[in-house]
Design a protein around this ligand. Structure first.
Ligand code: KIV
Ligand code: ZN
Length: 391
């Protein structure tokens, strides 16, 4: 059975860049946009053009250099926003305007001091107006995660009637459980008239650590686009992590859902974003963290040395990491020490290893991690050193 393609909509440069204190300048954004295009994302959300002259310039410049992906600009459901976005996107090969409005009762009452019918009218007008500039218009129903499904379906119908090509269903506050979010997507698939004219998009925030799980549940239930950021960066607890959703779909081929991402580029782009934004990736971050392919306990090391797949579900090369790391600590066993010693030129017999291992443990109890120069030192000071080098 052939796989269905999930569109990867990257919003590192818009939602991701909303991390306090991590603003990127235009030249940094251009470098990242170029790499996102090379990575194979389908859409690059380059910014919110009306928000500042800098953002306008970034969207404008990015539009000129991106060759493969669609370039998208965010707007509110406001005419001036849409005009400015259209202007910023005018040189894009594949321009997309992303417009929308809050649809939960909380947004309607407190943010807009409005009512449901007026929001429906504004949604229709915004999409129609955006459509007068570009063919590809994505509509977002902000706080869809807390919007009741029946009303949300009406909003979606109105957006489709006005010409929306993509319907973004954001869990703006990261509130939903995966089962709820999946059910919401299924409800829309089953109940929105004209749904075959648009694709549903998942846009999940990570306030409860569920962004990735919710996005996957969304595509299992019929959504065909995931909005995400490199390293899962973004406001508050961040967005869905691009590298996580891409690798989940790749590692579970029976879902019959795939992406166009060149996964060997994932580690490189993770480093690029982290360096440019000055946000260090937590070591245990899935896929791209420094420890994602590092093994330090003796039992795990022994297993991985015998066969990598004993404790690894992903080949590190598939995500651009050269190899799995065998980290030497006081928890490491003889197999790991012998493996690391061999890599720096020492082939140890069982008896030699026994002696060196005892010295290694004393050393490792004093130092957190043993590096290659420590191994040299331990071996050189051992009684079997002459024996080893004359073998
Ligand atoms: O989280 C959200 O609702 C958003 C929209 C503006 C798309 O980022
Ligand atoms: Zn968002």
């Amino acid at each position: 059975m052939s796989s269905e393609r999930i569109q990867i909509f990257d919003t590192t440069l818009r939602d991701g860049e909303q991390v306090p204190g991590c603003k990127l300048n235009t030249s940094q954004k251009l470098i990242i946009a170029e790499q996102l295009d090379e990575l194979g994302v389908n859409v690059i959300e380059a910014g919110f053009p009306i928000s500042s002259p800098g953002d306008f310039k970034s969207v404008d410049e990015i539009s000129k250099i991106v060759r493969n992906a669609a370039v998208c600009g965010l707007t509110r459901a406001v005419k001036k926003d849409i005009e400015v976005a259209a202007e910023a996107l005018k040189n894009a090969k594949y321009p997309r305007i992303h417009t929308g409005i809050g649809t939960s009762d909380s947004h309607i009452k407190h943010k807009f001091k409005s009512d449901r019918n007026t929001i429906l009218e504004r949604a229709y007008e915004a999409v129609s107006y955006a459509k007068s500039f570009v063919e590809d218009v994505e509509f977002y129903a902000e706080d869809a995660g807390r919007t009741d499904n029946e009303y949300l379906a009406r909003v979606c119908e109105v957006a489709i009637k006005a010409g929306a090509t993509v319907l973004n269903i954001p869990d703006t506050t990261g509130y939903c459980l995966p089962s709820e979010y999946g059910a919401k997507i299924k409800y829309l698939k089953d109940n929105v008239k004209g749904i075959e004219k648009a694709i549903l998009s998942c846009h999940c925030h990570n306030d409860l650590g569920l962004a990735t799980a919710n996005s996957i549940e969304g595509v299992i239930n019929g959504a065909r686009q995931i909005e995400c950021t490199v390293n899962g960066i973004g406001e508050r607890a961040g967005n869905t992590a691009l590298e996580e959703v891409v690798m989940i779909l790749k590692q579970h081929p029976y879902l019959n859902l795939d992406t166009s991402i060149y996964t060997e580029r994932l580690y490189g782009i993770s480093q690029l974003v982290s360096e440019n934004m000055g946000i260090y990736t937590q070591p245990n971050k899935a896929i791209v963290g420094a420890n994602a392919f590092a093994h330090s306990s003796g039992i795990h090391q022994d297993g991985v040395i015998k066969n990598r797949e004993t404790y690894e579900i992903i080949d590190p090369k598939d995500v651009g990491v050269t190899e799995s790391a065998i980290v030497l600590t006081a928890r490491s066993g003889r197999a790991a020490l012998a493996y690391r010693a061999k890599r720096i030129g020492y082939e140890l017999t069982k008896l030699q290893l026994d002696e060196i291992y005892a010295n290694f443990l004393t050393f490792a109890d004093r130092k957190k991690e043993i590096d290659d120069s420590d191994i040299h030192q331990i071996i050189e000071k051992s009684q079997v050193y002459q024996q080893i080098i004359s073998a």
